[in-house]
Design a protein around this ligand. Structure first.
Ligand SMILES: [Zn+2]
Ligand SMILES: [Zn+2]
Length: 320
């Protein structure tokens, strides 16, 4: 399994690769533009071309994913916000495609009480509109719908909801899924035991399909199981813990899917020691899975009571 990390893009985008390499990441994730403002990307075509070339030739960072602006809300019942969101998504996707990214990770948004079924047509419109807007670009880039932690009427809080959105989009091949371990835990899906982690894989298989799963966001949780809040903690410092994360990372069906850290580190994002911790956690999971019985001994608790919280502050920009 390739281990990756969310890194800062820097002025010219290309420094992101060096930062990824420095901390031992084989995959990097980058914001296509400022994550919390509507300000469009400042990257011109020459910068995008230079990034793609640098990525192609990089000795240790093999792939790039992009993360879309947090303000985008394709499910918004407010027409002005909905229009702004669609334009912003188009711009994000154009940058991601120009960079040659393997996917643009997107939080679908919140229907603000208008209801999931009501919101789906607008969501689908926004997704297909964006995908069509870059159809002339040589480097196609899928949109990867991220599972939500479940706060405030968010769309995509379960695999079923993600599958419904994809089905409503006609099962478009340019749509994939990103599975965030912290959001999964906070949305109330347990994987503290090997059996539960297996059930997660089966649930993915029977809803969005494993082919659509293009990346994992590997994060521990600052909030308890089922808390419905998006708060990332460093690996082993949260309420999921190394055991639960190892169970998921050890599943055979997930080995070709990269796992990207979005952890706070010591306040400035993933560090070398966070990447090393992720790799150790993966090794633990794979070793356990290789044991007779799939490692069904020494299982962790499936629903911890929220002790062992990390006292670190998650920077807003990495709450993805
Ligand atoms: Zn995210
Ligand atoms: Zn995430």
């Amino acid at each position: 399994m390739q281990i990756g990390a969310h890194v800062r893009a820097g002025k010219g985008l290309v420094p992101a690769l060096a930062h990824g390499a420095e901390i031992g990441a084989e995959v990097v994730q980058i914001f296509t533009q400022s994550p919390r403002t509507w300000k469009p990307s400042q990257y011109g075509p020459d910068v995008l071309d230079a990034y793609r070339e640098a990525q192609d030739q990089h000795p240790s960072v093999h792939r790039t994913f992009c993360h879309a602006t947090y303000l985008i809300n394709l499910a918004s019942p407010d027409p002005e916000l909905a229009a702004k969101s669609r334009a912003c998504l188009d711009a994000n996707l154009a940058t991601a495609a120009g960079m040659g990214a393997d996917g643009l990770v997107l939080h679908i948004g919140s229907h603000r009480g208008s209801g999931f079924d009501q919101a789906v047509p607008a969501v689908v419109d926004g997704l297909l509109g964006a995908l069509d807007s870059v159809s002339g670009v040589a480097h196609a880039c899928p949109i990867l719908l991220e599972n939500a932690a479940g706060a405030g009427d968010t769309v995509g809080r379960s695999f079923e909801e993600l599958a419904e959105v994809i089905a409503a989009a006609g099962g478009d091949e340019r749509l994939g899924v990103c599975l965030d371990t912290q959001h999964l835990w906070a949305s109330g899906v347990p994987f503290g035991t090997v059996g539960e982690a297996d059930a997660v894989v089966e649930a993915l298989r029977s809803t969005v399909s494993l082919e659509r799963l293009r990346c994992l966001h590997l994060n521990d949780s600052k909030v308890p199981f089922g808390a419905n809040r998006d708060r990332h903690a460093n690996i082993g410092e949260g309420t999921i813990g190394v055991d639960g994360l190892a169970n998921l990372l050890g599943r055979v069906a997930l080995q070709s899917v990269p796992a990207i850290l979005e952890v706070p580190g010591d306040g400035d994002g993933p560090r070398a020691e966070d990447v090393a911790a992720a790799r150790r956690t993966w090794e633990l999971g794979v070793g356990r899975a290789a044991r007779p019985g799939g490692g069904d001994v020494d299982e962790g608790s499936s629903a911890p009571d929220g002790t062992r919280p990390s006292d670190r502050t998650v920077p807003d920009a990495r709450n993805g």
